[in-house]
Design a binder for this molecule. Structure first.
Ligand code: ZN
Length: 167
């Protein structure tokens, strides 16, 4: 582990994270530590919303006139329950952030034991928490329909007090 930076900002805001990477072929684990000033937590539960979700959010904002098209868009929006697809609490987002995940086949890493690019699992651990924890919610998800990133505007709920245990 490299020397930690002891500036005032680092002391107040910096978390020490452990990252465990395991090669799924030889099962050899690797660990490294990172200092982060902000935790970027995911919003998506693993399932992307249907294409209508993105069509609604991108077209409804520019249709103020009451024509037939905008009426049908409003009906669709009312029926669609987006909370089924996204985390709505900070607690859920943090849990997902710390979950063991298997990286996609197109995110293979080089394993020095297997001497090839292999599929890996990854888990993040909180080793030291700062005085002030800054959390960033990753609100942009990729829409295959539009081939672009779209912002999710769901409200995120959170408890007034949370207990987060470091490893
Ligand atoms: Zn390996």
């Amino acid at each position: 582990m490299k020397d930690r930076d002891h500036s005032t900002i680092s002391e107040k805001f910096s978390s020490l994270l452990g990252e465990r990477i395991k090669c799924l072929s030889c099962k050899k684990p690797k660990a490294k530590f990172n200092e982060e000033l902000c935790l970027s937590i995911p919003l998506v539960k693993g399932e992307l919303p249907p294409a209508e979700y993105f069509q609604v959010s991108s077209t409804s904002s520019e249709s103020d006139n009451e024509n037939e098209e905008s009426t049908s868009i409003k009906t669709k929006k009312a029926k669609f329950n987006s909370s089924k697809y996204f985390n709505t609490s900070l607690d859920q987002g943090l849990t997902q952030y710390l979950n063991l995940e298997t990286l996609d086949a197109d995110q293979k890493l080089y394993c020095s034991t297997c001497k090839s690019q292999t599929q890996v699992s990854k888990q993040t651990e909180l080793w030291e928490l700062p005085e002030v924890l800054v959390v960033h919610v990753k609100r942009f998800v990729f829409s295959a329909e539009d081939m672009d990133f779209e912002k999710v505007h769901e409200e995120i709920s959170y408890e007034k007090e949370m207990t987060i245990q470091s490893t």
